[in-house]
Design a protein around this ligand. Structure first.
Ligand code: OSB
Ligand code: MG
Length: 367
């Protein structure tokens, strides 16, 4: 596939409500969309690096620099092949979100060229995917219960509560008591240490589906130890930045479940490998998210339609995040999102929405 240039679009989308986690509060999604253009095709991908390096070491301005100066110059514009990018980018250390953004756009362009939906290319078996929702830390238990009630009323099939020390057992207990036997899980975003095991064990009686990333990103051995001290199944998010990291975590018995986030692992093809690995190893998986716009969401939903994604993902509707999305909105239908069926990711940014949210755009010539 020939490509001539890449347009890097930086957008600011106000969130419908602030999203507070153990690592910070976001009011705005700073999105980076990559548009790859060639004589015969075009494609869109989303780089999920956030404005600040809090969830991970990558951040948007850094990712833009890596993409512009170190990754795009490695492409041969006369012969761009999605499946070769992982190898081509390997000499550049780390930076999976930057690499994943390019790969997503190239993969979309390749699928569009062949008239093939991304879901089909990845091997999806479902036409719609069950949706969960990630609930940020609220100002009070009252507000938390109101928020969860609204999401359940909208049809979300599983609730994930963000937790941190001091906002964990009380929150889970309140939600369990009020809403009974719903599918409920928590995400700590690495806010605890092994010394907190006694507190985390107090979550055991609430029959959570899982606890996501209780300990630090690089503390796989700590998760192994913690798994012996608590009953709630451990799910890793931040720690799994590659298929190799997944192999190591599974072999060490650090987790029973993996949250597969394409952006975090360097793209949809690496995510597919982790999916296959987990399916073979009997590790349950679900598709995570990074507050993506419709561009990233479309691809996440295609991935989430693979058979190994046995738990509802953080694949929520556009309205959970934005008053207006950059693509046609993804809507919740009976607790599910529909997998797009058009070529590639099956959606395009709407020109007037792009215009409304764009703060800068840069064209990088490949030829
Ligand atoms: O840890 O899963 C996470 C959002 C941004 C960064 C990290 C995480 C999240 C979420 C929300 O939990 C996922 C989503 O709805 O996109
Ligand atoms: Mg997480």
């Amino acid at each position: 596939m020939k490509l001539t240039h890449v347009v890097l679009h930086r957008l600011n989308l106000p969130l419908v409500s602030p999203f507070r986690t153990s690592f910070g509060t976001e009011h705005t999604r700073h999105a980076m969309l990559l548009e790859v253009v060639g004589p015969d095709t075009h494609g869109w991908g989303e780089c999920v690096a956030d404005a600040e390096p809090l969830y991970s070491a990558e951040y948007a301005d850094g990712a833009q620099d890596i993409i512009t100066r170190f990754l795009l110059p490695r492409l041969n514009p006369n012969k761009v092949v999605a499946s070769t990018l992982h190898h081509l980018f390997a000499p550049v250390s780390g930076n999976p979100m930057a690499k994943g953004g390019i790969e997503a756009a190239v993969l979309d362009a390749e699928c569009r060229l062949h008239g093939q939906p991304l879901s089909e290319r990845l091997g999806a078996t479902k036409t719609r995917v069950p949706s969960g929702v990630s609930v940020g830390i609220q100002n009070s238990i009252g507000e938390l219960l109101d928020t969860v009630e609204q999401y359940l009323a909208q049809g979300y099939l599983r609730i994930k509560l963000k937790i941190e020390p001091g906002h964990d057992v009380i929150a889970v207990q309140a939600v369990r008591e009020r809403f009974g036997d719903i599918m409920l899980q928590v995400d700590a975003n690495a806010a605890y240490s092994l010394a907190d095991a006694p507190t985390l064990a107090k979550l055991d009686p609430f029959d959570l589906l899982l606890i996501e990333q209780p300990l630090a990103e690089d503390d796989v051995p700590g998760h192994v130890e913690l798994s012996k001290l608590i009953r709630t199944p451990i799910c890793l998010d931040e720690s799994i930045h590659s298929v190799r990291a997944a192999v190591h975590a599974i072999e060490a018995k650090a987790c029973q479940i993996i949250n597969i986030k394409p952006g975090r692992v360097g793209g949809y093809l690496e995510a597919l490998k982790i999916h296959d690995l987990c399916l073979a190893a009997g590790i349950a998986t679900w598709c995570g998210g990074m507050l993506e716009t419709g561009v990233g969401r479309a691809a996440n939903v295609a991935l989430a339609a693979l058979p190994g994604f046995t738990l509802p993902g953080d694949t929520s509707a556009s309205a959970r995040y934005f008053h207006r999305d950059v693509t046609d909105a993804f809507v919740l239908d009976d607790g599910h999102l529909t997998v797009p069926t058009g070529p590639g990711i099956g959606v395009d940014p709407l020109p007037d929405a792009l215009k409304e949210f764009t703060v800068s755009s840069h064209t990088i010539s490949l030829v």
